[in-house]
Design a protein around this ligand. Sequence first.
Ligand code: BG6
Length: 477
Amino acid sequence: MSFPKGFLWGGATAANQIEGGYLEGRKGDSISDHISGGSRSIKRRFTRVIEADTFYPSHEAVDFYHHYKEDIRLFAEMGFKAFRMSITWSRIFPKGIEDEPNEAGLKFYDDIFDECLKHGIEPIVTLMHFDMPYFLLDHYQGFCSREVVRHFVRYAETIFKRYKNKVKYWITFNEINFACLPSGNLEVLGIYDDRTTDYTDPYDDLNKRYQALHHVLIASAEAVNAAHKINPDNKVGCMIAHVTLYPRTCSPKDMIKVQDLDHLFNDFCGDVQVFGTYPAYMKNYYKAHNIEINIEENDMDILKEGCVDYYTFSYYMSNCVSAEGDYETSAGNLLGGVKNPYLKNSEWGWQVDPIGLRYTLNKLNDRYGIPLMIVENGLGAVDELTADRKIHDEYRISYLKDHIKQMSKAVDDGVNLIGYTMWSPIDLISSSTGEMKKRYGLIYINKNDDGMGDYSRIKKDSFYWYKKCIESNGEIL
Ligand code: BG6
């Protein structure tokens, strides 16, 4: 067991899933404010106008906006060294296009960072986690327009300058590689089309999507450059949703299919952000699919200059891939696959694969050779609040324990892993289903999908377990 000294143990969240405080502090409307609640069987809807009789979970979320002091105090009690969170762009620039930022929004995050630092917790801050000012979607079709790159860079610079002495670890775009699937249109790229009726399966135009993704990659690289100029101590990371893929059989055809999907989904964005250039396999993919995107003259220089300092990723599951044959399928956070007979599923159908994490860490370490951080990993499950207000979540403890054991083996293998922020220290709104019922937290939030609850915070059994884990630097699991 050998986690390095100074290892960043902590937890991760996203603003639109915890904050609430809809339109408070002169915040503008965000994309997430327009996404309804749902469930595993009822898809979340995106509505252009806010409908009076529709429930939008992000409007209240778990009210971190008013509970942040209490929550950060609880994180400190567990001994957190790091807290990953995101900034709501529309709190800083309500429409995204203003020349001057909104002071009330800036002050809100000042207070959060001060609270973290008071407790010795390092903030790890994502600039855009599945959200942007609604106006940018409505007016520009999000990152389809190069103009939005300019607006994003102004937002990023404002943030880097304001929090220069408070934040050192940054992440540009959460799970940027979801843009490589049709489902990434809305949340990563801000593209919404009138033909779209479904939030996770929107109308898809390959040319438009990859043009927008190019703009996001440029925006990310420009932000990396700006961060380094503003403070050379800044460390900026990419963030990839890593869904580890195995061939369903040892057929070479299955293996080629794994390679293709790895390139397209798991590798492409990270390769651009770490190496600063478009990989050959992607150029061929564009050719094969008649994708023609507009690349401006100095775009390649921007990418080359804006390489990230560290590589972060989320890891929840692995999936199998099959070139032929009719197999049972498995679910996932947007990318499903073929069921693996050796693995068990979570209640939401995600395949639990701790050993896959060790494999993935080694793979990424070999490919990139820069520090790695796992910034999301956890179990969404139904928790039962007992009459004496306890939550005995041994299933969550066992999920986290099994993954941390494999992380430690990967560190022993020689992987340069610098941190682990599990998802999530507090219960929050599920991104794919909009539910509260799918709980990830070490801290229970007394709020249900029907809106009932008083938002009180209750420590689960996993809270005490993680505290010991951190205290012992991962020795006691
Ligand atoms: C990741 C996202 O894909 O998975 C998070 O970055 C999300 O925002 C997490 O919450 C878990 O997914 P879900 O759909 O269970 O909330």
